[in-house]
Design a protein around this ligand. Structure first.
Ligand SMILES: Nc1ncnc2c1ncn2[C@@H]1O[C@H](COP(=O)(O)OP(=O)(O)O)[C@@H](O)[C@H]1O
Ligand SMILES: [Mg+2]
Length: 264
């Protein structure tokens, strides 16, 4: 069904004490496609994203990146694998400017031969930041020396996405990217997502907005009780069908039909 997979999670289990947050969740993320991850509160979306981005270790299950099995012990290792996550709080630093945020933790210094000098190569970083924003067609972020705290929500999202672009992300994960944005800003962010997708990056987007999910995604993966119960091809499904799967009334899901029979 899918093309080349960028990242694959198989049978991931994660328990928090007596609570099973992930109960054998599997998800395949193809290159150059947008996959939306949907599901009711508590279904396990954030937990699955945290496992893929190295924030929490799973109790069992495997992750594959570019077909190779990997252990992702922390977010730094995830980034090393090309997995970048824009969490809801964005992790931008308000008083720092656009360039500094784009290179956070990864600053470039002037060098003299092999010797690193204690001066930031701001010129190089600004150039790369501009290129990343241009690749996103992000005309809304012009002045790179502005502190990000004065930017709008949409502009900040764009800076966070530009950071992933600069790092040549294999997979970009966005947790509710447009939840706090107006329509115009949300459109701008989704446009940036499409640019990145067209460059071959796999995108995983958590969203509660079904209209947006249908506008931007190629696949819709539905989580229920810690598992991905169904992955729809967006062109071959309807909002009604997706909602049925979210609430557990999907006739094609064998687990659900058994549960329905049992509850009669
Ligand atoms: N750190 C945690 N400690 C205890 N329980 C957690 C923790 N994180 C998530 N859970 C539980 O795991 C389940 C899945 O949560 P979550 O992954 O946040 O779902 P979603 O993002 O789909 O709303 C929920 O029952 C939630 O309460
Ligand atoms: Mg969540």
């Amino acid at each position: 069904m899918h093309g080349v997979l960028a990242v694959e999670a198989n049978s991931i289990v994660k328990r928090y004490g007596a609570i099973t947050a992930l109960d054998g969740a599997s998800l395949a993320l193809p290159k150059g496609k947008v996959t939306a991850l949907v599901g009711d509160n508590g279904a396990g979306k954030s937990s699955l994203v945290k496992v893929i981005s190295g924030v929490v270790r799973p109790d069992s299950g495997t992750l594959r990146v570019g077909g190779e099995k990997v252990e992702i012990a922390n977010p730094r290792m995830a980034r090393g694998c090309g997995i970048h996550t824009v969490f809801q709080d964005l992790a931008l630093v308000g008083p720092l400017d656009v360039v500094e945020n784009c290179f956070l933790g990864d600053e470039v210094y002037w060098r003299m031969g092999p010797v690193k000098l204690p001066f930031l190569n701001r010129f190089h970083m600004a150039q790369v930041t501009r290129q990343a924003l241009d690749r996103l067609d992000a005309t809304t972020v012009q002045d790179l020396s502005q502190p990000v705290e004065v930017l709008s929500g949409g502009q900040r999202q764009t800076v966070a996405i530009a950071r992933a672009v600069r790092q040549e992300a294999r997979l970009l994960i966005l947790d509710e990217p447009t939840a706090a944005l107006g329509v115009k800003q949300a459109t701008q962010v989704l446009k940036a997502v499409e640019q990145l997708r067209d460059g071959g990056t796999a995108i995983l987007i958590i969203s509660h907005n079904l209209r947006e999910v249908f506008a931007v995604s190629d696949y819709v993966a539905v989580m229920l009780h810690g598992r991905v119960v169904r992955t729809f091809d967006r062109r071959e499904t309807t909002e009604e069908e997706v909602v049925s799967a979210i609430v557990g009334l999907d006739r094609n899901d064998p687990i659900n039909s058994v549960q329905r029979e049992a509850s009669r």
